[in-house]
Design a protein around this ligand. Structure first.
Ligand SMILES: [Zn+2]
Length: 512
């Protein structure tokens, strides 16, 4: 009998300090129900992230199965989700599961750093609902982003938790496939337990790289250790998955903290492996303090790129990363580069619907005064004006080619490339992090010829722009913003304290 598998998902990374995310933020991206969800997962260029496509491809290849797609709500990072909308989603998942008939398994596509305006742990709430309806015997597998903050409910309600192991997230499709493989084992009779160990460390995102070219990769080493321990005696064959979750500081929850999550066939194995990773994480605690480049130094470096004997550079506006809830519209770097007369520069992607619309109304070739953030100051954004020429217009559906969005379509709405006199700026209607070279190339911008490229992205740009810039050519810039890795700039309400890197004298001992 082919297995009947319910499919559902709730995926958003929430920055407590960003404006509330509403239903429209999901309908703009991915809010898919029933067959439409399956069709997108199986399409050549899905709009959704790659976990469910990877899951479906693996299931399709393994033999007959009956998918029961319910609802997938997935969007770009933002503020906490408006409670009324989240409650309506809960109702949809509940009805879908109740009307599903016989189910042999459930796959939940999660992120793990979600918030709703009334709930600090919406993933735990969704999974508890699933468990309540399907009962204790039906296997439930959830996949998580490694920026997940792991609560007790997140692990107690599922049979396996599968976290990303790559940052930038190049393994979403593989983790979806792994979720399918583990779910099939569970349907076949495998029984599991999940254990976690949390450290009093809230890693700023810039300290969580896994790429082998990063000079300092304490987090990557922990992930490698987990994979190594799985293969080693006496745990080989007993450990189903090791996920090292770095968490997302800006969600500001009581359960923030670097957490080792181990799914195993017995509690002894799960506890021992999680404990060993935590001990290794604690030993690396000095490396979770971020070191980034002051804006003045970044400007000097950008001016210096005019010397073509030196390397071109890419400047990451890590503090205004739409991929972490940033609004994608702060002007600090652009303003400073304009004042310093930086040339042969590309800047993207600035979120400014009014400016994008004006550029479309004027047409390619038009010259005008580009007024950024014309509605006035708000948050970390402020108005900024410059003489501009409309170089290229685009309807906004960008075919992504490299990095976390590779193979998918990301729609940034009506967009324009504006030449501010040696600095070309991409302006878009939909807020999106600049993680793919296609966000420039769609406007015929030549990244290889640019001397200085500024991206509104914290780290995922590395997976897309690595063909132009080696690790040594990346400058993480310290400018104000909602996603600054300098965590002392925020007023925290919920983080467990004391915690590294905010407090001195933090202690931790592994449980006996
Ligand atoms: Zn992430």
């Amino acid at each position: 009998m082919s297995p009947r598998i319910a499919l559902l998902g709730f995926s958003i990374e929430c920055n407590r300090f960003a404006p509330v995310s509403v239903e429209e933020d999901f309908t703009d991206r991915v809010l898919l129900r029933g067959q439409a969800m399956l069709d997108d997962a199986r399409s050549a260029r899905p709009r959704m992230l790659a976990e469910l496509p990877g899951f479906c491809a693996d299931m399709d290849a393994a033999g007959p199965w009956e998918p029961v797609p319910i609802t997938l709500a997935m969007t770009a990072p933002g503020g906490p989700v408006e409670q009324g909308f989240f409650d309506r989603l809960m109702f949809e998942w509940e009805i879908g599961l109740r009307e599903a008939g016989r189910l042999d398994g459930v796959y939940c596509v999660m992120h793990g750093a979600g918030l709703s305006t009334g709930d600090d742990d919406p993933e735990g709430t969704v999974q508890a609902l699933v468990r309540r309806i399907v009962g204790p015997e039906v296997p439930v597998v959830a996949s998580y982003d490694l920026h997940a903050n792991i609560s007790e409910a997140d692990i107690s309600t599922v049979d396996a938790l599968i976290g990303y192991r790559s940052n930038p997230h190049m393994d979403m499709r593989e983790r979806g496939a792994e979720s399918a493989q583990v779910l099939r084992r569970l349907i076949g009779g495998l029984r599991t337990v999940i254990r976690k160990v949390r450290l009093p460390i809230v890693p700023p995102p810039v300290t969580m790289l896994t790429g082998k070219d990063a000079h300092n990769r304490p987090y990557g080493e922990l992930i490698d250790l987990g994979q190594d321990l799985m293969q080693r005696e006496p745990w080989a064959g007993r450990v189903v998955n090791v996920s090292v979750m770095g968490g997302f500081a800006y969600a500001d929850t009581p359960f923030n903290g670097l957490t080792a999550v181990v799914t195993a066939t017995d509690a002894e194995a799960a506890e021992a492996v999680a404990r060993e990773i935590a001990i290794a994480g604690w030993a690396r605690r000095p490396h979770f303090v971020p070191v980034i480049t002051p804006l003045d130094d970044a400007v000097r470096l950008a001016v210096g790129t005019a010397d073509r004997n030196g390397p071109a550079l890419i400047f990451a506006d890590v503090a205004d990363n739409p991929g972490g809830g940033g609004r994608g519209n702060t002007m600090f770097i652009l303003d400073a580069f304009m004042r310093a007369a930086v040339r042969d520069a590309l800047v993207g992607v600035i979120h400014d619907p009014a400016l994008a619309a004006e550029a479309h109304a004027l047409g390619e070739g038009a010259t005008f005064t580009a007024r950024f953030n014309r509605a006035g100051p708000g948050g970390f954004s402020h108005p900024f004006s410059a003489a501009a020429k409309v170089l290229r217009l685009h309807s906004g559906a960008i075919a992504c080619r490299r990095g976390i969005f590779a193979g998918g379509i990301v729609d940034i709405g009506p967009a324009a490339a504006l030449d501010l006199g040696g600095i070309v700026v991409i302006v878009a209607t939909v807020r999106e992090q600049c993680a793919d070279p296609a966000f420039f190339e769609a406007f015929d911008c030549d990244i290889g010829a640019a001397r200085a490229v500024v991206v509104k992205s914290r780290g995922h740009f590395r997976g897309g722009f690595d063909e132009f810039f080696r690790h040594e050519q990346v400058i993480e810039v310290d400018a104000p913003g909602l996603t600054t890795p300098l965590l002392q700039h925020f007023t925290w309400s919920n983080l467990p304290r004391p915690v590294i890197p905010l407090d001195a004298g933090v202690t931790w001992e592994p449980a006996a």
